[in-house]
Design a protein around this ligand. Structure first.
Ligand code: HEC
Length: 243
């Protein structure tokens, strides 16, 4: 019995030819695809294959996501006008000029910004230990607006720039409000000259002298935290509690 017609034999040959060109076609597509992905995927990093340009997300995106972003944005501008000459754009300071880093600094990232605000208000005279290194070759001048320094920063400016340095270069710490800066500014209105790190360390970290959240867990710790408060604030607090 004859199984194949001559026509079928011919079409089988034609099918083979189609098959070969399909194979070549898909092989070159595969190679092109590989090259394309290789060229544009950025080492297969999922963050890089995106419609947002590589690197940091654009500022508009940050502003839409985070209500603190506006303050941080203003702070970045103030930093670039005031602090950058000494502490540098990358926050790493300038070791040969005796300028300590702000990136990774405990002074910058303390839970409460009481000492940090004081440093910017009135300046600092070392020796000061930052990230395990002792500095003291230079003093930091006062940055607040005053009769002697009319071009200095307002409390609002200081709140923005400190919120920025607490959240730049991988730093992470709570925002600083203008109220905090005004509170510290009032408390220190008689301060003349630079702060010394040893004196700052005797002061509470939190603005207004409060203990960090969750710090006082036993009656003894609570007693110590209350004792650390200035007398008038302790009185005000007791009044408020008794209400
Ligand atoms: C003229 C240079 C100069 C400028 C401007 C300046 N600083 Fe400083 N800053 C210093 C020096 C020097 C020290 C270290 C002082 C010492 O060794 O006694 C310091 C120390 C500090 C410290 C404590 C130590 C540390 O590294 O964490 C902080 C915080 C700080 N500066 C923040 C600021 C901020 C914020 C600004 C801008 C508002 C600013 N500085 C502007 C020179 C400067």
């Amino acid at each position: 019995m004859k199984r194949h017609s001559p026509e079928f034999g011919r079409s089988k040959a034609a099918f083979g030819a189609v098959n070969l060109s399909l194979l070549l076609g898909s092989a070159s597509l595969l190679i092109w695809g590989g090259l394309y992905v290789g060229k544009y995927s950025g080492r297969f990093d999922p963050d890089e294959f995106s419609e947002i340009p590589h690197g940091r997300p654009p500022k508009v995106v940050i502003a839409a996501l985070d209500p603190s972003a506006e303050s941080i944005k203003k702070g970045a501008k103030i930093y670039s006008q005031v602090c950058v000459a000494c502490h540098q754009a990358d926050g790493n300071g300038n070791p040969s000029g005796g300028i300590p880093p702000l990136a990774g600094s405990d002074w910058v990232m303390a839970e409460g910004p009481n000492r940090l605000i004081r440093i910017v208000l009135h300046g600092l005279e070392g020796p000061v230990k930052v990230n395990g290194t002792t500095w003291g070759q230079n003093q930091m001048p006062a940055q607040a607006k005053s009769a002697d320094n009319p071009a200095g920063l307002s409390p609002e400016d200081i709140s923005h720039v400190l919120s920025y340095v607490r959240n730049a270069w991988g730093n992470k710490a709570p925002m600083v409000s203008m109220d905090m800066v005004m509170t510290v500014s009032k408390e220190t209105s008689t301060q003349a000259g630079y702060w010394h790190p040893d004196d700052l360390m005797k002061m509470p970290a939190m603005v207004g002298g409060g203990a960090p959240a969750g710090a006082a867990q036993t009656p003894d710790q609570l007693k110590a935290a209350l004792k650390a408060l200035p007398a008038d604030q302790l009185e005000a607090l007791l009044k408020e509690i008794k209400k």
